[in-house]
Design a protein around this ligand. Structure first.
Ligand SMILES: Cc1cc2nc3c(=O)[nH]c(=O)nc-3n(C[C@H](O)[C@H](O)[C@H](O)COP(=O)(O)OP(=O)(O)OC[C@H]3O[C@@H](n4cnc5c(N)ncnc54)[C@H](O)[C@@H]3O)c2cc1C
Length: 504
């Protein structure tokens, strides 16, 4: 597919701004929907497969303004209803249309703490942009107002112009909150509880903070300096961090409360347990869980050949099993780490693939090959125990199953061999068991996820939980939403306690 260069996109946007900006308040809906949607400028695929820099380059001010002018400012705000944290989308978009970026940032910040991250990784096409009136009028969800790109634009503008301010922290309450896990859920809880003046400590098992934002989602989709900035803000607010600290092993959860004096605990340990296929050959050298593969690449800097302590496995032909975002990230990372051929092996068709469309497009542009209606049957190895082939089998689609997707049915005698030296398994993640196994008294469901009430409270007194450990592998914005709710409940509980103590 042909894409305009960033310069061409900017030139077109400049012309559109000249045409529309002076009449921004007077345009009729029909005129607005005629304004072309603004493509995201991106790095050239042939260049980007050799670097880890961000693929999407972000809108210019002119592009953002044109895109914002497309918004119909609907009375029934479906975009807000479809946003898990209810950002006043028409409100901030209208500020961009009028060039008031400070105000736009203010509106977003009322509802979302991490807009630079959500603007990049939220599945907008199934959330805020899904029922956008512009997309509906043009009968194409991809032509909806690009709300995510606009959110990202405002957040980046704020960061680049040094306008991010450190939120105010109330005077010390003497109460202590422990946050276990530094993923998006934990970060949000830390910020919201610290604001109320409580002492907050984040305990993180890894040596770096950010959870999946850091070790899962690659730099080419979410640069590390954005996560660093969020952590710096928390640090400036006085949040304390303890890394290399596995709650449940380094210290038991109950000891944090009984011995270390924490008044409340939030558990946001995520869903980091890889699930394997259970097929022959999965223990061969050269088979990785997506989790391990991406963690080696992102966190241990395995791409930094010659310098990294944990060099990545040298691969020539890679099969990635699965069809979600994690599979796309693994495949695109493998390409960047030097693989010549990367196959995504998925047992249904492109239509059923859960990965975001944009990620699939990007992967295709980068030369990733998709093997639809196929799946791995067994992995074969050489005498020294290394992968040297994968036996696959073909599928066809039958009737819809419980998920509403058509069920893949194996085609008899359709086996064939795929020449690969690396297999990355990206078929899903289970809940992180380390903490829950060592914490009797915490109720789990049959998948090992922590069960909570409507305030994110667990079965244990003063212990709350949220994000993937509650939802199962979900999304950044849902994890943040749960964190927000938990923090509100923790703050309420501690405020009532302070009030009781004051009266005594
Ligand atoms: C490769 C990949 C790509 C993804 N892409 C997207 C995307 O594009 N858009 C999107 O919305 N979502 C995406 N997701 C999902 C999203 O990242 C998660 O839903 C989200 O990060 C969950 O947040 P969380 O705070 O619950 O947990 P996590 O981000 O998993 O963080 C949990 C943290 O807890 C730490 N921890 C675990 N156990 C302990 C312990 N016992 N003691 C101390 N610390 C502990 C872990 O080390 C980790 O840092 C992706 C996930 C992956 C794996």
């Amino acid at each position: 597919m042909h894409h305009d260069t960033p310069e061409q996109l900017q030139e077109k946007a400049r012309q559109l701004v000249a045409e529309y900006v002076s009449k921004v308040d007077d345009l009729k809906p029909k005129e607005r929907t005629k304004i072309p949607s603004q493509d995201m400028p991106a790095q050239d695929p042939e260049v980007r497969v050799h670097n880890l820099d961000e693929v999407a380059l972000g809108y210019t001010f002119e592009q953002a303004q044109v895109e914002a002018i497309r918004c119909l400012q609907c009375v029934k705000k479906t975009c807000v209803e479809d946003c898990p944290v209810r950002i006043d989308i028409p409100g901030f978009v209208n500020h961009i249309a009028h060039g008031n970026l400070d105000q736009a940032a203010g509106v977003i910040k009322e509802a979302s703490l991490l807009p630079a991250i959500c603007g990049r990784v939220c599945p907008q096409e199934t959330q805020c942009q899904q029922n956008c009136a512009v997309g509906k009028a043009l009968k194409d969800v991809e032509k909806s107002v690009a709300i995510g790109r606009l959110e990202r634009f405002v957040a980046d503008w704020e960061r680049k112009t040094g306008k991010i301010s450190v939120p105010e922290v109330k005077s010390a309450t003497g109460k202590k909150v422990a946050v276990v896990g530094s993923g998006p859920a934990g970060l949000v809880v830390a910020a919201d509880c610290r604001r109320e003046g409580h002492h907050v400590t984040i305990f993180e098992a890894f040596h770096k903070l950010g959870g999946v934002l850091r070790y899962g989602i690659p730099e080419f989709r979410l640069p590390n300096d954005i996560i660093d900035k969020e952590i710096q803000t928390l640090s400036a607010m006085g949040v304390e961090f303890k890394t290399n600290f596995v709650v449940g092993k380094t210290r038991k959860l109950k000891d944090l409360m009984e011995k270390d004096g924490y008044d409340a605990v939030f558990i946001g340990v995520g869903a980091g347990l890889p699930i394997f296929m259970g097929i022959e050959g999965e223990n061969l050298v050269g088979v990785f869980s997506a989790n391990e593969y991406l963690t080696r690449a992102n966190l241990m800097r395995a791409f930094d050949k010659g310098h990294a302590d944990t060099p990545i496995y040298q691969s020539r032909k890679v099969a990635v099993l699965g069809g979600g975002n994690v599979a796309m990230d693994s495949a695109r990372m493998a390409k960047r780490l030097g693989a010549e051929n990367v196959y995504v092996v998925y047992r249904r068709t492109e239509v059923e693939m859960p990965a975001r469309k944009e990620e699939v497009e990007h992967a295709k542009e980068e030369g990733i090959e998709f093997l639809f209606l196929q799946n791995a049957k067994r992995i074969l190895g050489s005498e020294d125990g290394r992968v040297n082939a994968m036996e696959c089998v073909r599928f066809e689609l039958g009737e819809p199953d419980a998920s509403g997707r058509r069920r893949p049915i194996q085609v008899p005698n359709s086996e064939f061999m795929l020449d690969v030296d690396t297999v990355i398994v990206a078929i899903g993640n289970g809940s992180n068991p380390l903490l829950t196994q060592s914490t009797p008294g915490i109720n789990l469901n049959k998948w090992g996820n922590i069960t909570v009430d409507e305030n994110q409270k667990t079965s244990m007194d003063r212990v709350f939980a949220g994000g993937d450990i509650v939802l199962g592998a979900a999304t950044v914005i849902l994890a943040m939403g749960e964190g927000r709710r938990a923090a509100a409940a923790i703050n309420k509980m501690l405020a009532e306690e302070i009030e009781r103590e004051r009266k005594q």
